[in-house]
Design a protein around this ligand. Structure first.
Ligand code: RB5
Length: 154
């Protein structure tokens, strides 16, 4: 078997300083689940700018280099604003497992954004697992998702 077939799905993850500590925890969770975690920074709790991390991760999704990714900042908002400027990126801020689940089922979210200052470590693990394990429902949701991309609206 080829080496890449033995590896889990590659999942890029990135945060700013506000999400750094939780990113380190979720990296361990992802690795324990068998994913091939790619840490795009930041690498410390020193103050930094969230777009510098959101854009490289969103580029990885938009280019097809990765199917799904995880971002963290204080509220989740700044990371989502930056990531959602990229074509085909649907970055969902989820502060409850149920929101992560619906973001997958209805919106086919491909980036999970965790508001690190507003969720516990335990809750963030539940949110992450829902994001990873919930399939997109398709059906009536597919044309709605298609209409998110500019140019696909009537
Ligand atoms: C950093 O203080 C904070 O502004 C940032 O993590 C994020 O919440 C921005 O949206």
């Amino acid at each position: 078997m080829a080496e890449d077939e033995l590896m889990g799905e590659r999942i890029p993850i990135a945060s700013d300083h506000a999400g750094f500590e939780l990113k380190e925890k979720l990296k361990a969770t992802l690795a324990a689940l068998g994913y091939d975690v790619e840490d795009l920074g930041t690498n410390s709790a020193a103050s930094t700018d969230y777009p510098d991390y959101a854009h490289p991760l969103a580029n990885a999704i938009a280019s097809g280099a990765a199917k799904r990714g995880v971002l963290l900042c204080g509220t989740g908002l700044g990371m989502s604003y930056a990531a959602n400027r990229h074509p085909h990126v649907r970055a969902a801020v989820a502060w409850l497992p149920e929101i992560a689940e619906l973001a997958r089922k209805h919106n086919d979210a491909n980036v999970l954004v965790v508001p690190a200052r507003f969720v516990s470590e335990q809750d963030s693990e539940h949110i992450l697992k829902k994001f990873l394990d919930t399939p997109f429902e398709g059906g009536r949701h597919q044309p709605r998702v298609n209409k998110i991309e500019l140019g696909d609206t009537p």
